[in-house]
Design a protein around this ligand. Structure first.
Ligand code: PRX
Length: 632
């Protein structure tokens, strides 16, 4: 593809063009893809309803652009290199030709099980190549995939299955993570007790652990593809047909299904991938995310494969068998672009530089960061010790809802500044609004990060509840998409993301709604009320701090907090388990009964002596007691 920016002046020029005439800009970029039928209009939009359409009436199949288009030009090139959890196990390379055959075959297999265009399919799998094959097979036949991160509990899984009324679940027997073997199918079995819509389950044999196969419902992956053709004619999709749903947390209790569609998502993920990472043909690119998150969707599978890249998928964890695993993989596969999360960098930083020393890391050209603000210390450590001072760091800001990277340096082109995501990509029209919705123009300003013009990979709706999409993203500031993040534009016009301004916390780069965690805590029969806030955590960025009012009923505090953590594990999964639980006699409330989270946030972050005037609270006396019991 020819839409690569090569210089800072090139970036400025493209950015100007993208704002002055977005239709010509995106139409030129979309032209280099394979369309069964070109679009009638580039964009149709209104942020009030909201209603956004890109490449209107265009017809395509994204997998033709990922697979068929590359068959003759790079059929024998590696598309996916899979690195297993155990370094002793052989890695697997799938060329574009092999991936094409496997996707077509699995597409035929799921079609034979009755899945068709528009049906929803849940993918609940470890990080194995079959997870990518399952995604692409769905896209091939027009089924809508919804991946649920395999660390979510049965309860969280069944909520998502029921919300989208999935017809099929694709899963595995188990999951290897470090020296643990985690049950996966067992969780699906538990979830399906509460789901009526699922007609069949396909199970990949990965760990070989004992599982229950229910006849008439469950079928092994290897049996499902036995004797099935490796040719499949892709379904013709409209640009605006749904490609996938991905559930994410918000400020209300229930996760919402963010919907992405075929045409715009395809164009933007490929375009942003090539420009941000400055990927060159033949490079080996590695993103360490899980396919259960948006980063895995856009920058392990769709973006890189659309661009004809070689993308590494890693099954394991950064510290197994030791804290040098990432670097061992970089050397082993001669990785050129490496993309990870600040929480992983901080976790590895804690081991010092010794685990890095045995490795050369001389293939690395670009380092990436995603998921949360990267603190300056971690930035420098990453830059100096991993990149050996020669690799630009692309600090990429974006969201599940944006589908692709929105603000980021272009590697080696945009001068970087630690902790700054720097500048918007072409086509991305950012504005900073104050709390009253006035635009803060010029530099050296701070406020709410909003976007005033659509971009191709933006969410279209929240599944089954369009009003929720409108309320969450388009109502706070009329005619703007509101990101939920605070931002600063410094004296050079560079953007620095300051973190969430809503009730969402970011734990190890994973988004958690505080209300969602509170709902889970409140499921414990002895909990009367709870309030959850984030607090600064050395490794995770933010930790989860829960203030809980309980009926102790003869229990010890230790016993009860353990039970509450277990409850959260069961309702959501280990990622939502509070780091700290403090049993409190009451929660600080306004006279109208609203919990004053600002006070709790200060206490949780050890700033309890700096609470300001609390005399207007309904129950100021409770604050002292909370401060006394606070754990730091
Ligand atoms: O607060 C921002 C933070 O992560 C949120 C989006 O979370 P999620 O939808 O799970 O997607 C994460 C991966 C794209 C944002 O609202 N965030 C993401 N990237 C950055 C970031 N905060 C600061 N700097 C970043 N580079």
């Amino acid at each position: 593809m020819s839409d690569r920016i090569h210089s800072l002046s090139g970036y400025m020029y493209e950015y100007q063009k993208s704002v002055q005439d977005p239709e010509s800009f995106w139409s030129r970029i979309a032209d280099s893809f394979h369309w069964r039928k070109k679009w009638d209009k580039v964009v149709d939009w209104n942020f009030e309803t909201p209603d956004v359409k890109w490449f209107v009436n265009g017809k395509l199949n994204i997998t033709e652009n990922i697979l068929d288009r590359h068959l003759y030009t790079r059929g024998d090139q590696a598309a996916i290199i899979w690195e297993p959890n155990d370094p002793e196990e052989e890695h697997i390379t799938l060329t574009y030709k092999e991936l094409h055959a496997k996707v077509c075959q699995f597409a035929n297999a799921i079609k034979a099980k009755g899945v068709g265009k528009g049906d929803r399919v849940i993918i609940y799998m470890p990080m194995v190549p079959e997870a990518a094959i399952a995604m692409l097979a769905c896209a091939r036949i027009g089924a809508i995939h919804s991946i649920v991160f395999a660390g979510f509990s049965a309860n969280a899984l069944s909520d998502r299955i029921n919300d989208c009324k999935a017809k099929m679940v694709i899963t595995a027997d188990g999951n290897f993570r470090g020296n643990k073997q985690i049950p996966v199918k067992e969780v699906v079995d538990e979830a399906l007790k509460n789901c009526d819509s699922v007609e069949s389950t396909i199970v990949l044999k990965r760990t070989g652990q004992d599982i229950q196969m229910t006849s008439g419902l469950d079928i092994w992956w290897h049996d499902a593809i036995e004797g099935v053709s490796t040719e499949n004619k892709a379904e013709e999709m409209d640009s605006e047909d749904m490609l996938f749903i991905l559930y994410t947390s918000g400020s209300t209790g229930q996760p919402k299904g963010v919907v992405h569609t075929c045409g715009g998502y395809m164009i933007y993920t490929a375009y942003s991938f090539q420009n941000v990472f400055q990927y060159n043909q033949g490079d080996v690119y590695w993103c360490t995310a899980d396919v259960g998150w948006i980063t895995g969707h856009s920058y392990i599978v769709y973006g890189p494969l659309l661009a004809g890249a070689t993308s590494i998928m890693f099954e394991g964890v950064p510290t197994f068998p030791d804290a040098g695993r990432f670097w061992a993989i970089c050397d082993k596969h001669q990785v050129n672009q490496f993309y990870t999360a600040p929480t992983a960098i901080r976790a590895l930083q804690a081991y010092g530089t010794e685990p890095i020393e045995p490795y050369k890391l001389d293939s690395l050209k670009v380092l990436g960061s995603v998921g949360e603000p990267i603190n300056e210390e971690a930035w420098h450590w990453y830059h100096d010790h991993v990149g050996k001072g020669k690799c630009p760091i692309v600090d990429t800001w974006w969201q599940t809802e944006t589908g692709g990277i929105m603000v980021s340096p272009l590697a080696g082109i945009t001068p970087t500044k630690p902790a700054y995501a720097t500048l918007p990509l072409p086509g991305i029209q950012l504005v900073i609004l104050d709390n009253e919705g006035n635009e803060l123009k010029g530099n050296s300003v701070e406020g709410n990060l909003c976007i005033k013009f659509p971009w191709p990979s933006m969410l279209r709706t929240t599944y089954g509840d369009h009003d929720r999409c409108k309320q969450t993203y388009f109502s706070t500031f009329p005619n703007h998409y509101f990101t939920g993040d605070g931002v600063k534009r410094d004296e050079d016009g560079y953007y620095r993301i300051l973190g969430r301004v809503d009730d969402v916390i970011n734990v190890s780069g994973h988004r958690m709604g505080t209300a969602e965690v509170e709902n889970a805590i409140n499921e414990h029969p002895k909990v009367i009320e709870s309030a959850v806030v984030g607090y600064p955590h050395d490794i995770k960025g933010q930790g989860i701090y829960a203030f809980v009012i309980c009926d102790m009923d003869g229990r010890t505090e230790e016993g009860l907090t353990k039970e509450i953590k277990e409850t959260v594990n069961k309702i959501i999964g280990p990622i939502a388990r509070p780091d700290k639980i403090q049993i409190v006699p009451g929660l600080p409330k306004t006279r109208s009964g609203k919990i004053m989270r600002r006070i709790l946030r200060k206490i949780a972050s050890g700033d309890g002596d700096n609470l300001g005037d609390i005399s207007t609270l309904f129950n100021p006396e409770v604050v002292e007691a909370i401060k006394e019991g606070a754990s730091h």
